[in-house]
Design a protein around this ligand. Structure first.
Ligand SMILES: [Fe+2]
Length: 417
């Protein structure tokens, strides 16, 4: 530890800078000065002088060492707090949901402040006062219930004034520190920490809490934006899928059923979350290009070619959906190269497209649409097995048949919109 190294260095400096010269002085006095003195009082005075110098040096060293130890201990605590803040800032930055950021911010506040409880309060436009939005610490709920009036009062004061606030009880049994979220973040709220039993917050702890409040507000804004994005995409996708269903007039719920099969198949294949998310949205939107085609037009190979290209072009214009475009473009490729639009072969076809192609076919065979009699699941699975290696990726067919054997594939009425 840093403090241990400094302590050892101080002893070495004391030994070389004080003990060695003083010992040398004592030897010189003893050998060369004392024999020349014939006055007993002068001898005693000289010895006392040397001893006094030694005692003063030792006293000064001990006092200096104590100051150094206190300073180093404070530096160690600051370093620990800074490392904690850096660690938490990384975690908060990577936290995707607002609720998770609120939880992480209070846990970090309690840890960094070494406090028994920490809370975060947020004030919406319609709220009269900041409302408790997250807490951490074993006794957080109990402490808040017992001190709700005092805590709410100091939090409101801090949020309204935009300044940190601290309060301690006169018996030192309880201390609370509150820092507001920075006004520039556009959020109104505060982080509070409470200590009990010989409780005290020093100014450095308050500074650390202010830094944490800044980090938490940035993370909250980012998570809120991500939540808004997710909400937007999920609802816009719903609207597009509904529009597609009503445009085609048949095949209602096709996109949702394909997404359901594809999600199960993706999980069976243990695909990562990002791939599963791409598969989900691309399944829902795979036939979106049909919106650009005349619904009365007969579905020929040329028309089908077009819906892949048109759909991929439509989706590629949405920046956050751009990675879905190639998946949609290739969802009618065959594993043996006899598909369209590009006639890609095997694993050159994106995995997500191969998954959707298989699930699309299963639903087309089994759903009650207007142009063919639906097959029972067993018959559809048989057809799937026959087309393994030609139309479909054999590994995916295998995994899908496993799912069906485990009873995880159900065909039925389209899900409700
Ligand atoms: Fe299609």
């Amino acid at each position: 530890m840093f403090s241990g190294d400094i302590d050892r260095a101080a002893f070495v400096v004391y030994f070389l800078g004080a003990i060695v010269p003083l010992t040398g002085l004592a030897v010189v006095v003893d050998r060369y000065v004392l024999p020349t003195l014939d006055n007993r009082n002068a001898e005693i005075g000289l010895i006392a002088g040397v001893l006094c110098v030694g005692a003063l040096t030792l006293g000064a060293f001990l006092a200096l060492r104590q100051v150094m130890s206190a300073t180093i201990a404070r530096m160690d605590r600051d370093k620990e707090r800074l490392s904690g803040l850096l660690e938490w800032s990384k975690q908060l930055g990577a936290t995707p949901h607002v609720s998770e950021v609120l939880e992480a911010a209070t846990v970090s506040a309690a840890e960094i402040e070494d406090a028994q409880a920490a809370w975060i309060f947020l004030k919406g436009d319609q709220d009269e006062a900041p409302a408790l939005s997250g807490s951490a610490g074993e006794d957080a709920d109990h402490l808040y219930t017992r001190n709700a009036g005092a805590v709410d009062e100091i939090v409101t004061l801090s949020v309204e004034s935009g300044r940190p606030a601290m309060r301690e009880t006169s018996d030192g049994e309880m201390a609370i520190a509150v820092v507001p979220l920075p006004k520039e973040s556009g959020l109104r709220g505060a982080i509070a920490a409470m200590k009990t039993g010989d409780a005290h917050f020093d100014p450095r702890e308050l500074e650390a809490l202010e830094t944490l409040s800044g980090i938490a507000s940035v993370a909250l804004q980012a998570a809120d934006l991500r939540d808004a994005q997710r909400n937007f995409f999920s609802h816009v996708t719903d609207m597009l899928v509904t529009a597609l269903d009503s445009h085609l007039g048949f095949h209602r719920g096709h996109g949702q059923r394909v997404a359901q099969y594809a999600n199960r198949l993706g999980r069976k294949l243990e695909l990562d979350d990002a791939t599963l998310e791409r598969i989900h949205f691309a399944s829902l939107l795979h036939d979106i290009g049909m919106l650009k085609l005349d619904r009365n037009q007969q579905m020929t190979r040329a028309t089908c070619d077009q819906h892949c290209v048109l759909g991929s072009r439509m989706i590629s214009r949405v920046r956050l959906w751009r990675d879905l475009a190639p998946i949609i473009y290739h969802h009618h490729e065959w594993f043996d190269g006899n598909g369209y639009p590009d006639g890609l072969i095997g694993e050159t076809i994106p995995l997500e497209s191969r998954v959707i192609a298989l699930c699309d076919a299963v639903d087309s065979m089994t759903s009650d649409d207007s142009y063919r009699t639906p097959l029972a699941l067993e018959a559809a699975l048989e057809e799937l097995a026959q087309c393994s290696g030609t139309q479909f990726d054999p590994d995916l067919v295998e995994a899908f048949l496993d799912l069906a054997r485990d009873g995880l594939i159900e065909i039925g009425p389209p899900p409700m919109a």
